[in-house]
Ligand binder design. Structure first.
Ligand SMILES: [Zn+2]
Ligand SMILES: [Zn+2]
Length: 238
């Protein structure tokens, strides 16, 4: 299974976390076979207790790659906007007036994207608590498209409510894709990692789970993985 994942999107060894190229049967760094783990059972591999790896260097490396990707995307986007404005006939003349409008458009695009980036990577307070309640809410949204015209779309909100150790409340809301909602159960002890934009809910007792979400890229991993095959971040296990 792991080998197939490596070939189609996984680029990091599950055992040592090193970046590896496609086409290997085993990891060139540690020798781990992609196709099998050390144990047959994923359940139990997560263990019981808080992970001590929340500040592991793989997270800093992942954040650095993320930032670089963001910067490259912004530069490319700026160029594409320029091409559209100046090259597509009937848009802008390449003169002082045209450049001023281009600069204005770029300023707006950059402001929105930087705000989005800041919000997704800002530091939030860490806390501990217990999952108090899980609930869902159905709601409809009116949307318009060419095929159906104006119509109503049904959506679901998945909500997990926490009671913090200091007595306060926290909650998380997911729309349509219930990843945390599926992973967390009522009564679970949880440690929230908000430092350096992590935004991750670590379960104290991971021994009953076959999967553990990655605290870097958020993909759901086999509990036997030490490192996320997709982003190389260490999996927070006990
Ligand atoms: Zn390896
Ligand atoms: Zn990951």
């Amino acid at each position: 299974m792991a080998k197939k994942l490596i070939g189609y999107g996984d680029f990091y060894c599950w055992k040592c976390g090193k970046n590896i190229e496609k086409g290997h049967e085993t990891c060139p760094f540690c020798g781990a076979a992609y196709e099998r783990f050390d144990t047959d059972e994923a359940k139990g591999a997560g263990g019981v207790g808080w992970s001590s790896q929340a500040e592991h260097s793989s997270f800093a490396a992942w954040r650095k790659r993320n930032r670089r990707t963001f910067q490259i995307c912004m530069i490319l986007l700026s160029l594409v906007i320029g091409v559209i404005l100046f090259v597509v006939p009937g848009e802008l003349e390449f003169d002082a007036e045209g450049l001023k409008i281009y600069a204005g458009v770029l300023a707006i695009v950059w402001a929105i994207d930087l705000l989005w980036y800041y919000f997704n990577n800002k530091t939030r307070k860490d806390w501990e608590g217990v999952v108090e309640r899980k609930l869902t809410e159905e709601y409809t949204r009116t949307v318009k498209d060419e095929e159906h015209g104006k119509h109503k779309e049904r959506h679901t909100r998945f909500i997990v409510q926490f009671r913090k150790a200091d007595g306060g409340e926290e909650k998380l809301t997911e729309t349509d894709k219930p990843q945390w909602y599926d992973y967390l159960d009522e009564g679970d002890r949880v440690r929230y990692h908000g430092h350096r934009g992590m935004n991750y809910y670590e379960k104290y007792d991971k021994s009953e789970d076959e999967v553990i979400p990655c605290a870097g890229c958020g993909s759901v991993r086999d509990a036997r993985e030490n490192f996320c095959g997709r982003c190389g971040c260490i999996i927070l296990k006990s």
